[in-house]
Design a protein around this ligand. Structure first.
Ligand SMILES: [Zn+2]
Ligand SMILES: [Zn+2]
Length: 100
């Protein structure tokens, strides 16, 4: 199961450190950390919604919330590839299961 473990390592790298789920619309913060758009929005709302300045949920470095946070295209592309991979894997599993 070495390949599966390698794959798990990749999956872990693609998890948002805030919600511990796979990134959902990953955004890059000015400090270089990434988290889901929904996570950063929830984080912002949990603070004072009127204040555009907030600390990074990971390193606490203050930044001003831009109107549009840049997407983490590396993660987006990787997740797309992974979904293809997982899709194939699942259909292979399902095919086997139907054979048995
Ligand atoms: Zn998240
Ligand atoms: Zn940070």
């Amino acid at each position: 199961m070495a390949s599966a473990m390698d794959f798990d390592g990749f999956v872990e790298a693609m998890e948002c450190p805030v919600c511990n789920e796979l990134y959902n619309d990953p955004r890059v913060l000015p400090c270089g950390h990434s988290c889901c758009f929904t996570c950063i929005e929830a984080w912002r709302r949990s603070r004072q919604p009127e204040v555009q300045r907030l600390p990074c949920p990971l390193c606490r470095q203050d930044f001003t919330m831009p109107s549009e946070l840049p997407k983490n295209f590396f993660v987006v592309n990787f997740l797309e590839k992974m979904k293809e991979h997982v899709g194939k894997y699942i259909s292979a599993l399902t095919a086997n299961w139907q054979c048995v």
